[in-house]
Write a new protein. Sequence first.
Length: 72
Amino acid sequence: MAKQMTFKDLYLREKEKPTPAQSFIEDIAELTKRSANTVRMWLQGKQTPDALAQSLIAEKFDIDVSTLFPEN
């Protein structure tokens, strides 16, 4: 027998799923062993990841560190 859900229940279930941006932040936090808040600070330019974190991220995306994190 098919599961019974209202249209609104279906919507609310989907709404609870993380957004692609949230998933990206969580993946990078897990990869670098940092908090999601730290990753958000990197994205906002308020902090810069250390060399090890930068190299892990560069390796994951196969992009040169200097391209990912250009010096200002």
